[in-house]
Design a protein around this ligand. Structure first.
Ligand code: NDP
Length: 254
């Protein structure tokens, strides 16, 4: 799917923009003319992505820190004068069977997958009201299925999907659209990063996932990014509150 819309003169924030889906989204937006602020914790990784395009700005921030939302929005809106798109992409996951979870691990997922996007939406709303901008959240295709050992990941992401619908209703009167993309298994840093798997186990999971996808392969970031751009694009101004699952049919399995 291609999207020829120009983002010239527009400003976007992509949380978790230093790797995987977020980095690919930031590059695509920048290629189309947007100024894009990317967030993440690791300075080197942020700078490496920012170095790929003059329009990409690195804003170091830990989304789990509740004060970071106001700081990020202020930095971007003060610096660029506007905000047209917020992509709540940074997330937390992990293999967490009942025997392994504790309050800290569950709280971390709530902090990244529920609280951080909520605070970003709140802080971004005044600027998005002015631009009649959009919000795109990034969930996961496992959100609706029973997910043994991934229960808190799935539960916090389905919460984000519920928030999507409610925010869409709350913000519709302001002309702000809110949608979610729910990816299936996509090549990124997630398996060895947020899921915490050793390299060898990550490769085994990749093989297993590929065999489970009805369309015959795992995804790549370019399967997901056009949907994020399309949902964020102001020309698609009659679409809100929707969850678009992009997963090669993976979540259709019983
Ligand atoms: P990656 O590991 O490739 O990228 C994650 C990004 O998020 C990095 O830039 C990382 O930077 C950043 N990040 C992680 N924690 C924080 C934090 N506390 N504060 C700020 N930034 C943070 O993963 P993906 O691209 O795969 O994941 C992106 C989103 O896609 C997530 O929400 C994930 O749940 C979702 N998703 C991914 C799927 C997949 O198969 N890849 C499938 C379904 C959903 P740093 O570590 O430096 O902070």
């Amino acid at each position: 799917m291609t999207d020829e819309t120009s983002w010239e003169g527009k400003v976007a924030i992509v949380t978790g923009g230093s790797s995987g889906i977020g980095a690919a989204t930031a590059k695509a937006l920048a290629d189309k003319g947007a100024i894009v602020a990317i967030t993440g914790r690791n300075r080197e990784r942020l700078d490496a992505v920012a170095a790929t395009h003059d329009n990409i700005l690195a804003v170091q921030a830990d989304s789990a820190d509740a004060s970071s939302a106001a700081d990020v929005i202020e930095t971007v809106v003060d610096g660029s004068g506007r905000l047209d798109l917020l992509v709540n992409n940074a997330g937390a996951g992990g293999i967490l069977p009942i025997s392994d979870y504790d309050e800290a691990k569950i709280s971390q997922m709530c902090a990244l997958n529920i609280i951080a996007p909520s605070l970003m939406v709140k802080e971004a709303t005044p600027a998005l009201q002015k631009s009649k901008g959009a919000i795109v959240n990034v969930s996961t295709a496992v959100s609706r299925n029973a997910a043994p050992a991934l229960a808190h990941y799935a539960a916090t992401k389905i919460a984000l999907e519920h928030l999507t619908a409610s925010w869409a209703m709350e913000l519709a009167g302001d002309g702000i659209r809110v949608n979610t993309v729910s990816p299936g298994p996509v090549k990124s840093g997630a398996l060895t990063g947020m899921m915490g798997l050793p390299e060898e186990m990550a490769r085994a999971v990749e093989e297993q996932e590929a065999s489970q996808v009805p369309l015959g392969r795992r995804g790549v970031t370019s399967d997901i990014v056009p949907w994020i751009l399309r949902l964020g694009n102001s020309e698609n101004d009659w679409l809100t509150g929707q969850i678009i699952t992009v997963d090669g049919g993976w979540s259709l399995r019983s």
